[in-house]
Design a protein around this ligand. Structure first.
Ligand SMILES: C[S@@+](CC[C@H](N)C(=O)[O-])C[C@H]1O[C@@H](n2cnc3c(N)ncnc32)[C@H](O)[C@@H]1O
Length: 272
């Protein structure tokens, strides 16, 4: 156990109150500095503009990987929405540091969805196109870049083997993508792709029950309705879409900033 800390202790102590949410977030942010490989990784991401999210999440992933490695002999992780590879490279790094035999799958378009440069053009498209309006509102635009090379270089910077990652190129709601993970289970699924209500709802419907019993579904940008003033709480749409998750047999065990962690119960009515 690194730092004498573990997920179980954190879950047992957790209360969804303003004080607890804010102090956990600030404590996790500071604890990153106590684990040099986490700090180096996050510094590299920030210095090179390679990802979103908050520093505190690095420590959250450390605790989650430690816990999962104890419970599942060969944990399988899935990320939806990879961008430049911050999270998959972090998982690979923690696994290599803690000697965890992990397998990582990632679903992402690996291409941009650029916002028109001219505000006038953007405004005229927004007037007639609802999907475009939602993309504008929820930050669903990404520049055209060579994402595959950027991710592969990030792995190389930390001496990690990118060829071990199973990259599925495409959108999570595309039938061809869904078919590729049909009948598969994952110990942990992290959803951080489309941020519209409809997109997140589809991801929850298509992927939540692929989490193994006792495993975790982690939702990014999902804390809009939580008490807190000291961190960005994510999108209302994502947070509203997440309200269905407990009814699928999950318990919300911990929240770190705008990342919400749901654990799949060992037995639910969905089993029968
Ligand atoms: C907010 S970024 C992800 C950031 C990344 N998880 C990180 O922590 O740095 C969202 C990513 O999801 C991708 N994306 C958008 N809709 C998606 C979908 N339906 N399926 C998979 N990826 C999607 C975008 O292209 C972008 O790469």
């Amino acid at each position: 156990m690194l730092n004498n800390d573990c997920l179980t202790q954190r879950v047992n102590a957790y209360q969804n109150t303003l004080e607890c949410n804010e102090s956990l977030y600030s404590e996790f942010t500071q604890l990153v500095a106590k684990v040099p490989f986490l700090e180096n990784h996050r510094n590299h991401i920030e210095a090179n503009d390679l990802g979103f999210g908050d520093r505190a999440f690095h420590y959250m992933w450390l605790l989650l990987l430690q816990y999962i490695a104890d419970k599942f002999p060969h944990p399988k992780f899935l990320e939806i929405g990879v961008y430049k590879g911050q999270v998959i490279s972090l998982w690979a790094l923690i696994a290599s540091q803690l000697n965890i035999d992990i397998s990582i799958t990632a679903i992402s378009p690996l291409r941009g969805n650029p916002r028109p440069k001219s505000p006038l053009v953007a405004l005229s498209i927004a007037l007639f196109n609802t999907k475009f309006r939602k993309n504008l509102r929820f930050g669903n635009f990404y520049d055209n870049e060579d994402y595959l090379s950027i991710i592969s270089n990030l792995f190389e910077s930390f001496d990690l083997d990118f060829t071990k990652i199973r990259m599925i190129k495409g959108y999570s709601n595309d039938e061809l993508v869904i078919q590729q993970v049909k009948d598969e289970k994952f110990s942990v699924i992290y959803i951080d792709g489309d941020h519209t209500f409809e997109g997140v709802t589809q991801d929850i419907n298509n992927y939540a029950l692929k989490v193994e019993k006792g495993g975790f579904l982690v939702m990014d940008d999902a804390s809009y309705y939580l008490p807190s003033k000291s961190f960005w709480k994510g999108h209302e749409t994502v947070s509203r879409a997440c309200k269905v998750i407990p009814s699928l047999g999950f318990t919300n065990v911990l929240n770190v900033g705008h990342n919400r962690i749901y654990q799949r119960l060992e037995y639910t009515e969905h089993d029968s």
